[in-house]
Design a binder for this molecule. Structure first.
Ligand SMILES: [Zn+2]
Length: 155
């Protein structure tokens, strides 16, 4: 029998979530469409602003060169060159790809003032950005691994 932690890790690693084909407009999907498409954990995080449990994403340890895309719509969001080990248990980056792929939104939930990040193409909730990251930006994009789809360069 699996322990709860093992179950979490197993479900994260065997995630069947794959981004929409590029010719499908993600904004045409209803909440019910997303719910039918995504695993329960991914739906909760990306469409309901949830947070995955720390140290559950296999992407924490992902060290290969490649692109981290939006798990919902496939838009490229982060590159491996900007990933760093923050020790927080969530995949962390010091900068997103290019301009405008990741949008900032003020988040006042839980009596805190934080900056939430979303995918600019489909509005998927990704995580939060904090001003305590490494140079050259000094930013720490703290992302939910289930919100990301990793595509290695040599695949
Ligand atoms: Zn997206």
């Amino acid at each position: 029998m699996l322990t709860p932690l093992a179950q979490t890790r197993f479900s994260a690693m065997s995630a069947t979530d794959t981004p929409l084909p590029p010719d499908v407009d993600p904004r045409s999907l209803s909440e019910a469409d997303w719910k039918a498409r995504l695993s329960p954990e991914t739906f909760k995080v990306t469409r309901k602003h949830g947070t995955e449990r720390a140290f559950t994403s296999p992407l924490n340890d992902e060290k290969r060169a490649g692109t981290f895309a939006c798990v919902c719509c496939g838009q490229p969001l982060f590159r491996s060159e900007t990933k760093f080990d923050s020790g927080t248990g969530w995949p962390s980056f010091f900068a997103p790809i290019g301009d405008g792929a990741v949008t900032d939104h003020e988040d006042r939930s839980f009596f805190m003032r934080r900056t939430e990040n979303r995918c600019s193409r489909c509005d998927s909730h990704l995580g939060h950005v904090f001003p305590d990251g490494p140079q050259p930006t000094g930013l720490r994009y703290c992302m939910n691994g289930v919100a990301l789809h990793f595509e290695p360069d040599d695949a």
